[in-house]
Design a protein around this ligand. Structure first.
Ligand SMILES: [Zn+2]
Length: 260
């Protein structure tokens, strides 16, 4: 693991076509993403990548499905969907996603938690596992949670409204005493516009009956693993471009953009 802070925090952002991303394999420290957060916020809820194509690039990840049809969580190479009706189902390989990110989890740095961590302290513990408490990383937490506050979103129909307008339709749950796996990412501002900046976590319960986008969680005991991400390959649907890097002038994060 590199210890030069600039290297740790750097993120190579690479724009890809559907064809070029299909030819990419999977590798540790490399994440593959369908479309951008900016496009999702703008109401672009139909994508071109299938779940099978996504899973070719990694075994852990998150996102949503076409039509903004629930929350997608990928654990150990299995894709699960959390519906707004509370149902949790396996996602078929032919399903399409408008926004998702995956990576292959390898030999991760980890920490055992036995003392209980409320949400804010859990996020701090995640960051403490990273060099300089910064960087872009994939996260996996397995454990018993005292509390998980999660949400999902009902399927939308065209003409699509912007994501901010859909917020009123979202459904929230609070679960107590749940054994679960939480999977997600932490991205620096270098990924702004492409990814959610900060921590973005989704949950899947051990009994596969609860899942969703995590709004907050308190870990009673378990394990936390993180692994740095230093490359993010973004499949850009036609007409879409990576956000202009000039917006990030003055940011200490190293941002490299290449386009195919
Ligand atoms: Zn989410």
């Amino acid at each position: 693991m590199p210890h030069d802070p600039a290297l740790v925090r750097s993120l190579r952002l690479i724009g890809e076509s559907h064809d070029s991303i299909t030819n990419l394999g999977s590798a540790e420290h490399v994440a593959v993403q369908e479309s951008t957060l900016a496009a999702l916020l703008d109401g672009q809820y139909d994508g071109e990548l299938t779940i099978d194509e996504l899973l070719a690039h990694g075994d852990h990840g998150l996102g949503t499905l076409n039509g903004l049809d629930g929350e997608l969580v990928i654990v150990d190479g299995e894709a699960w969907r959390a519906g707004a009706d509370g149902s949790v189902t396996r996602v078929s390989g032919s399903s399409l996603t408008p926004f998702a990110v995956v990576t292959r989890f390898g030999e991760a740095d980890g920490s055992i938690v036995s003392e209980g961590l409320l949400n804010d302290n859990l996020l701090k513990r995640i960051d403490a596992l990273l060099p300089g408490q910064s960087g872009n990383a994939v996260i996996r937490i397995d454990g018993n949670f005292d509390r998980i506050h999660a949400r999902s979103v009902p399927r939308q129909t065209p003409p699509y409204r912007a994501l901010a307008e859909v917020a009123n339709d979202m459904v929230e749950w609070t679960w107590h005493d749940l054994k679960a796996t939480v999977v997600g990412f932490r991205f620096e501002t270098a990924a702004a516009g492409v990814e959610v900046v900060g921590h973005h976590l989704h949950v899947l319960s051990a009994d596969r009956k609860r899942a969703g986008h995590v709004l907050g969680c308190d870990l009673r005991s378990g394990s936390i693993k993180v692994e740095l991400i230093n490359e993010l390959h973004v499949e850009l649907p036609s007409g879409l471009e990576l956000p202009d890097p000039k917006r990030f002038d003055g940011d200490e994060v190293v941002r490299i953009i290449e386009s195919e």
